[in-house]
Design a protein around this ligand. Structure first.
Ligand SMILES: [Zn+2]
Length: 209
């Protein structure tokens, strides 16, 4: 299995190919290698992303079958089943890079801000479970000057939610902590921009990578 640093370089290249492909309609937006249907899997990165239909992880990273172990859930939240999925991939396949991939204008973050400002009376308990996972990261922002500027508030709330999810993965599992300390597992936070297609890796990226 390749190192976390090599995996990150591969994702960066893939996203650059994707962005270039958008600007060149005759270019290829897909993976660098021919598509094959692998019998075994050896994903080089785990992506915990949002379910948003505009952010398909394999496409935005220019990857194909067998390349990424993708967990998608609204708001890229971390609940026990997401931690367990990351543990499974890291332990079973030796995958050494985990990317929490949030995105601009995330509906789950917007819904949480709405709920904080104007609590709904009869929200589904299942939807509430998602909002409750997002809430601790974004609630403190409402008592800062950001609360006066909707655009900046949403932008910061999205980033705060990504940071919280990445931190939860780093500290919410004895197995993952051990892999981080001993085996070079890297958990980083990234944001996909809906307008440009660019992924910015902004949290937990080692210096010089
Ligand atoms: Zn989203």
């Amino acid at each position: 299995m390749i190192s976390a640093q090599e995996a990150l370089a591969r994702l960066r290249e893939g996203n650059q190919r994707f962005v270039a492909g958008m600007q060149d309609p005759f270019g290829r937006m897909g993976p660098a290698h021919p598509l094959t249907l692998p019998r075994e899997q050896a994903p080089f990165a785990v992506v915990l992303g949002c379910s948003d239909s505009r952010v398909p992880a394999e496409l935005v990273f220019g990857q194909g079958f067998g390349d990424l172990f993708v967990i998608r859930v609204a708001g890229n939240i971390v609940a026990p089943s997401q931690v367990g999925s990351v543990e499974f991939a890291a332990a079973r396949f030796g995958t050494r890079l985990v990317v929490v991939l949030g995105h601009t204008q995330c509906g789950a973050v917007l819904a949480t801000l709405e709920e904080l400002r104007q609590p709904a009376d009869h929200q589904s308990p299942n939807l509430r479970a998602i909002v409750d996972r997002v809430r601790p990261a974004v609630e403190p922002l409402l008592s800062t000057p950001l609360a006066q500027n909707d655009h900046q508030l949403v932008a910061q709330a999205v980033r705060a939610n990504i940071l919280a999810a990445a931190n939860h993965l780093r500290h919410g599992s004895a197995l993952l902590e051990r892999l981080i300390d001993r085996d070079g597992l890297l958990i980083i936070g990234a944001e996909y921009c809906l307008e440009t297609g660019v992924v910015e890796f902004f949290d937990g990226v080692p210096a010089g990578v």
